[in-house]
Design a protein around this ligand. Structure first.
Ligand code: F6R
Ligand code: MG
Ligand code: MG
Length: 397
């Protein structure tokens, strides 16, 4: 607990002040298990199938609450429980929810049914089996605002730039300068998604070193952000699906959870960097650079060259271990109305810019930088082309 003079909002509480005994875990687990007319959106029946499995999870006492949503062709399972991160039962429940949704997709002969479920049987943890997961366990504050980010058609490092701005850039988050609690800085866990290594680094002390790694979006990504006294601030799914499968099976389409306010960045500080339509790798065939397009969930169907890559942001409260949105309090588990932050008109300007940039990038056709570097192409014919040309290849004069 921070001292009173460090707390300009003394009526707001910090980690350790929770009314709820024990900790809550928020698990956000996602997978693409099929969609309508290409890689667009899951059928409502698939969402219903996933919801019924999670509803049973509540009945069986595994979950406190849940919300099933989507971004583009990915189904997102947002769950609260008290079982901690990487819990086998919670991961198995999610696996079963995706299997059930994939079953519906198969019945309707939808496209890519079961795509991200890389094995026939659950092996103990969804990580490494196809789905992506962002999970955080923490002691609930008396008021616990949270942002849930979901992206489609892009890789796990897509969040690195906005996260760097949110937690390390005082020109984005004025709170880093003027809020004594934020002024303490953050620790950033950076993962090497290729060699499966991680390192915890301190901002602002190691800011330039952190950026020296994160700037290479082909290899490094932020996994977690920790506040020195308030605990976990953000967590991101960093599973690199194409590498896991050893062959192309889909995009990584990462998710992120961010705790906000009262010493953590304000909701507005977290959303602000998304006004820059950064180029992210992914998009069509996971092989192009396109400009990130912030939008509401209902607007997240890819429509231009299977994109452009989308990002959605939902606002919720975690209340006594459950999800609270704009729905009446005490609504039944699963029934929630989060704030759909990027649905508003103020983001039209960014969307228009993102479209303009994406159309410009398409002007490159199959040339770099319109397409990603050869090692990052998720589809390639280069080995065969080179093999065919081998007898005709001559040394340079
Ligand atoms: C999938 C995706 C799409 C596909 C593309 C080709 O998440 O982003 O861009 O890569 O539609 O798909 P296939 O090879 O299934 O015809
Ligand atoms: Mg897909
Ligand atoms: Mg997707």
């Amino acid at each position: 607990m921070l001292s009173a003079e460090l707390n300009p909002h003394a009526d707001f509480a910090f980690v350790g002040d929770s009314k709820m005994p024990g900790k809550v875990t928020v698990s956000l687990i996602k997978a693409d298990v099929g969609s309508i007319a290409g890689h667009s959106r899951p059928h409502p029946k698939m969402m219903e199938a996933a919801s019924s499995v999670l509803a049973k999870g509540v009945k069986d006492g595994l979950l406190n609450d849940y919300y099933v949503t989507r971004c583009g062709d990915d189904i997102q399972l947002l769950m609260t429980h008290t079982k901690g991160e990487n819990n086998k039962q919670i991961h198995e429940l999610s696996w079963n929810a995706f299997m059930s949704a994939a079953g519906e997709a198969k019945k309707m002969h939808l496209y890519a049914a079961g795509q991200d479920l890389l094995s026939d049987a659950f092996s103990g943890n969804v990580r490494g089996q196809g789905p992506g997961a962002a999970e955080m366990e923490f002691e609930e504050r008396p008021t616990e605002p949270m942002l849930v980010f979901m992206a489609d058609k892009c890789g796990p490092s897509a969040y690195s730039l906005p996260v760097s701005k949110i937690f390390m850039d005082p020109f984005t988050t004025t709170g880093l300068v003027i809020d004594p609690r934020a002024h303490l800085g953050y620790d950033i866990e950076v993962v090497d998604v290729v060699d499966h290594k991680k390192v915890l680094m301190s901002s602002p002390a190691e800011l330039y070193d952190i950026l020296a790694l994160l700037g290479d979006t082909t290899r490094y990504a932020v996994k977690r952000v920790l506040h020195r006294t308030l605990g976990l601030a953000a967590t991101i799914s960093t599973e690199k699906l194409n590498i896991l499968a050893g062959k192309y099976v889909g995009k990584d389409d990462p998710v992120m959870l961010v705790r906000c306010q009262s010493g953590f960045p304000a909701v507005g500080e977290v959303l602000q960097p998304f006004a820059f339509p950064q180029l992210v790798a992914g998009w069509m065939r996971g092989s192009h650079y396109g400009a990130w397009y912030p939008c509401g969930v209902n607007e997240s169907d890819p429509s231009y060259h299977d994109g452009p890559p989308r990002v959605c942001a939902l606002g919720i409260q975690i209340t006594d271990g459950k999800i609270q949105g704009a729905e009446p309090p005490g609504s039944k588990p699963g029934d929630h109305s989060p704030v759909d932050y990027f649905a508003g008109k103020e983001w039209d300007l960014v969307r228009n810019k993102a479209m303009e940039i994406s159309i410009y990038m398409r002007g490159h056709g199959p040339f770099m930088p319109g397409i990603v570097s050869p090692e990052d192409l998720e589809y390639t014919t280069r080995p065969e082309v080179l093999k065919k040309l081998e007898p005709r290849m001559k040394p340079l004069d």
